[in-house]
Design a protein around this ligand. Structure first.
Ligand code: MN
Length: 263
C-alpha cells in the first residue's frame, strides 16, 4: 500500500490538533428565530425551525434529553440539491441521498464584495468581477466551491436580514450572465452565499427568473445559503466540507458547513 495518502491524513489531523489547520464554522445557529424565505401568496412557504422536547430527565425519560425537530429543507444554513429546481429535476444523482459524496468537499474560492454591498443591497456579482478575481488569484479550479462574501450574515434580526420592502426583498446576488458563466464555463461544485437564498432578493424579476437556481441546478451544481464567517476565509487555500442530510429524494437540507483553513 502506498503510504503517502495515509501520511496525508495523519498530517491533516495533526495540523487540526496543533492549530496549523484552523476549522472555521460557516454555519448560523438553527433556532425558531432563524430567518426563512417568505414567498408571496399564492406560493406556499416552509415551516420555520421548531424544537419540541420529548423528555428532559423527567417522567417522560428519566435519564435522557431529546427533542423532535421540524423545519423546511431550506432553513438556516442549508444545501440546495439540483432536484430543488425545475432545470435540475432530470439529472441522475440529483437529490440529497444520491449525490456522490466526494462532491461535498472542495477548495473554496472566496470573492469579497463587501464594500459594494454596503453601498447597494441589490448588488449583483458580474462575470467581469469573477474574471478580475481570477486575474489576481488564478482560474477557479475544478471541484471548487465559489463563495461570495458580502458580510450580509452580520445583519441582526430577521427584518434587517431579509430586508423586505414594498416591492419585495432587497438582498445581493448574481447577475444572470455571471451564474451562466460559472455553471457552464467553470467546473465548480456550486456557489455559497450569506443571504437567505442563492439568488438576489429581486431575482424573481430577472430574465431568466432566479438565474442562480436555474443555471446552477440546470448544470447539476449545488447551492449553499445562509453561510457566515466568510470573513475568516482567505481568497484561496481553504477547503469546504458541506454534506447535506441523506434525506431520500430530498431537495436540500440544513447542514453544518466547515472550512479547513491554513493558519
Ligand atoms: Mn435553498
Amino acid at each position: 500500500m502506498d503510504t503517502a495518502p495515509a501520511q496525508l491524513l495523519t498530517q491533516l489531523v495533526a495540523g487540526i490538533a496543533a492549530g496549523s489547520v484552523r476549522v472555521v464554522d460557516l454555519t448560523v445557529p438553527l433556532e425558531p428565530g432563524t430567518p426563512i424565505i417568505n414567498l408571496p401568496a399564492p406560493l406556499a412557504n416552509s415551516q420555520p425551525f421548531a424544537l419540541e422536547v420529548i423528555s428532559r430527565y423527567d417522567d417522560q425519560g428519566p435519564a435522557w434529553y431529546w427533542n423532535n425537530i421540524t423545519c423546511g429543507e431550506h432553513t438556516g444554513t442549508h444545501f440546495d440539491a439540483p432536484i430543488h429546481w425545475l432545470s435540475g429535476r432530470d439529472h441522475p444523482g440529483n437529490a440529497t441521498h444520491d449525490i456522490p459524496v466526494q462532491r461535498f468537499i472542495g477548495p473554496a474560492c472566496v470573492l469579497d464584495v463587501t464594500a459594494a454591498v454596503q453601498a447597494n443591497p441589490d448588488f449583483l456579482l458580474t462575470r467581469a468581477m469573477v474574471e478580475e478575481w481570477e486575474a489576481h488569484h488564478g482560474r477557479i479550479p475544478a471541484g471548487a466551491w465559489v463563495l461570495v462574501r458580502t458580510d450580509w450574515s452580520k445583519r441582526q434580526g430577521a427584518a434587517d436580514y431579509l430586508n423586505v420592502q414594498a416591492d419585495g426583498p432587497h438582498t445581493p446576488g448574481f447577475d444572470p450572465q455571471c451564474v451562466r458563466f460559472l455553471a457552464h464555463d467553470r467546473d465548480i461544485l456550486g456557489v455559497g452565499v450569506e443571504t437567505v437564498g442563492t439568488d438576489a432578493g429581486q431575482a424573481g424579476t430577472f430574465e431568466p427568473m432566479f438565474p442562480c437556481h436555474t443555471f446552477m441546478h440546470g448544470a447539476n451544481r449545488f447551492g449553499l445559503a445562509q453561510l457566515t464567517n466568510l470573513d475568516r476565509l482567505p481568497p484561496t487555500g481553504a477547503v469546504v466540507i458541506a454534506p447535506p442530510l441523506k434525506i431520500v429524494n430530498g431537495s436540500g437540507s440544513p447542514l453544518r458547513v466547515l472550512a479547513l483553513v491554513p493558519a
